[in-house]
Design a protein around this ligand. Sequence first.
Ligand SMILES: [Zn+2]
Length: 278
Amino acid sequence: MHAVFGSKAGSSYVCQRADGSPIRVQSCGREGELLNAARVAAATTNRLLVPLPRRDRERFLAVCETVELEPDQVLMQAGGRVTHAWFPVDAIVSLGIAAPQERKLLEVALVGWEGMVGLPMLLLDGAASGLRATVVRAGAALRIAAEPLQSQLRESPPLAQLLQRYLLVAIEQMAQAALCTRYHRVDQRLVRWLLMTQDRTKAGAALHATHEFLAATLGVRRAGVTRAAAQPQDQRLIAYRRGVLTLLDPAGLQAVACACYAADLRSYAALMELAPPA
Ligand SMILES: [Zn+2]
């Protein structure tokens, strides 16, 4: 698998980090505007942490370490014990379920700065994961081990409430992914994946993604990817040359994506955009 994202700007906010340097944060679209400028201004880290009361956020960040994730790095093995939770900052992680007989790994979720990896740790200390977590975009993430996470969850009801809400979001998104794989065309699923990826990068409308990588991600043959990419290329919604995919018209892509993309945004907004936890 190989996916490296470029720096060409799409529709994006430009905000400042605490040190004054600019950051770009990708708009999440019309249907469910996940971000708003005020929150984005504070979003120098993982988005789940943004609504936390300042004291809770600072206490949490004090026990996290910042790690650089490499492409293809495996954070969780299916059947393996989950040792840490990760909160991506600008990395992207694919969660996949193995089909041993077919020797395939089907992606069931994509996690970027809007989410966390290691959900079993919210419920059971020392739990095993049924999913494999693989880094598909290099970048930074916050990492926390089991014991300090459990301690933070006890000490910070707002953190516990936020992560419980995110757990529900993740369950709904995985159910949506199952529906999408079963009922929707490959070209619609490809467009949905492109939009989801762009939302999770916080920057950039161009990405390197080989046919092989996209075929594995979507669970189809390489020829299926070629066919699926043809129509959005003809409509000038994307350009795909030498393994570089560029999103030319994100709004146009939303119009041709299957309904699952908007459904995911709605479920995230409905569960995460409630009043900030007390
Ligand atoms: Zn779909």
